[in-house]
Design a binder for this molecule. Structure first.
Ligand SMILES: N[C@@H](CCC(=O)N[C@@H](CS)C(=O)NCC(=O)O)C(=O)O
Length: 202
C-alpha cells in the first residue's frame, strides 16, 4: 500500500527522506505530496499528519503517521534493510547525521528570520550567531568526519549533503566553501548522485 510523504521541494529535512527513498528504490511505495507550509501559515495537510505542522511527515495506511526526518529515515531504512545505519558504525553515523541536522536547524531558522520577520525587527547578531553554529558544524566535518563522508553510503552522508545544498540554495553569499576544501570537494562529487540531482529544488 502506498504511503504519503508530506513534502516541500526546498526543505532540507524533507530532502533527506526523498534522497533515501531514491537510493533505496522505494519510490513506488511512497507518494510525494507537495505542500507549502511555514511557521506562520501551517498547511492543513501537514498539520493533519504532524501535530506541530512541520514536515516531513510520513502518512502510513497501516499505522500512525511518522514525523521528524530522523524517525522517518530510520523507518524507511529498516523497512527494506537498506543498511544506511550500519550497526558497527551506528553512533558515528547518527552523530554525522545530527551534524547535518544541526546545520539545517540553524540555516532554516536564518531563512525564516529573513523572510518572515518584518524588516524593522531583523536582528543581525542573532543571524550571525546561527551562522557561527553552521561554521562549527562544517569545521567539524572538515576536521573529524572526512573518513566517514568517504565511506560507503550511509545516512549521515545524505544528511550532510542535503544541509550543504540548502546553504547553496538560501545562504550562498556566506561562502561556506572557504576554508573547507575537503568538504567542498566531497560535496561536489556527492551532489552528482542521481538521487541528489532528482531532488534538486528549482
Ligand atoms: N526536526 C524536524 C524539523 C522539520 C522542520 O523544521 N521542517 C520545516 C521545513 S524545512 C517546517 O516544517 N517548517 C514549518 C513550521 O515550522 O511550521 C525534522 O527533522 O523533521
Amino acid at each position: 500500500m502506498t504511503m504519503q510523504l508530506i513534502t516541500a521541494a526546498a526543505s532540507p529535512f524533507v530532502r533527506k527522506v526523498r534522497v533515501l527513498i531514491r537510493e533505496t528504490d522505494q519510490l513506488g511505495d511512497v507518494e510525494e505530496v507537495f505542500v507549502t507550509t511555514m511557521p506562520t501559515a501551517v498547511d492543513p495537510i501537514a498539520k493533519a499528519a504532524n501535530p506541530t505542522g512541520r514536515i516531513p511527515a510520513l502518512v502510513r495506511p497501516d499505522g500512525p503517521a511518522l514525523y521528524d526526518s530522523r524517525v522517518i529515515t530510520r523507518f524507511l531504512d529498516a523497512r527494506v534493510n537498506a543498511g544506511l545505519y550500519p550497526e558497527r558504525d551506528l553512533w558515528d553515523v547518527l552523530t554525522l547525521e545530527a551534524t547535518g541536522e544541526e546545520i539545517m536547524t540553524s540555516t532554516v531558522a536564518m531563512s525564516y528570520e529573513g523572510r518572515l520577520r518584518p524588516d524593522d525587527k531583523q536582528w543581525d547578531g542573532w543571524l550571525d550567531a546561527q551562522w557561527d553554529k553552521v561554521l562549527g558544524g562544517i569545521g567539524a566535518l572538515q576536521a573529524r568526519w572526512m573518513a566517514h563522508l568517504n565511506a560507503p553510503l550511509n545516512m549521515g552522508q545524505i544528511g550532510v549533503a542535503c544541509a550543504l545544498a540548502y546553504i547553496d540554495l538560501r545562504h550562498d553569499h556566506r561562502n561556506w566553501r572557504q576554508g573547507h576544501d575537503s568538504v567542498a570537494a566531497w560535496y561536489e562529487e556527492f551532489s552528482k548522485r542521481p538521487s541528489m540531482v532528482d531532488t534538486q529544488p528549482e
